[in-house]
Design a protein around this ligand. Sequence first.
Ligand code: TYD
Length: 216
Amino acid sequence: MTPVNPLAAGAAGRFVTVEGIDGAGKSSHIAALADWARARGVEVVLAREPGGTPLAEKLRGLFLHEPMDALTEALLVFAARRDHLRSVIEPALARGALVLCDRFTDSTFAYQGAGRGFDGAVLAQLEGWVQQGRQPDLTLWFDVDPAIAAQRRAAARDADRLEREDEAFFARVRGGYASRAQAAPARFARIDSSQPLDAVRADAIDALASRGWYRV
Ligand code: TYD
């Protein structure tokens, strides 16, 4: 049986994105958010970008490992996003699911825009074509100082092309997230990711719960 959201049976789903610089620790909290929602009878679809479909996962491999300029990076992530939206995200939202997506377009504005210095107006145009007005209902921004994130990355596995960027790059990416959050304060919840893991997780769940979409 397909689980239903007890507060909003039959309603359109919710699109929640999870963002932050590499090493912010966001990925480790997504499972906890999914567990919280599933325990309330909600269908949860876990997704990540770039990726989430066979085509988009191939584009992810190219994106993470082949040298390319910022426009090519932007075109690849938006191509992957288009396929992901059409094949996975939109159908899941139409069913009433909660889609929890590890990164989305705020990553493009933060990494390709603020990080690489690529033209934000071009990114906004691509966003319009690809998303046709679709925006996340909530964005959890796991925010941490780039120096702390660098330590966490060093303790983790081998770095990909983006993770090898220096601290100044990640400082610009963080600034990109801050501008996006300032421009859309109702959509963004900033989570202080320098706290101990348990406190970060509790804040993330609180941010989702406090929207009032699901029974608490
Ligand atoms: P992520 O899945 O967080 O990496 P990992 O699984 O290795 O922790 O993200 C992959 C990388 O892609 C990350 O460095 C950010 C980058 N990225 C962009 O530069 N632009 C984008 O639009 C997206 C979605 C990701």
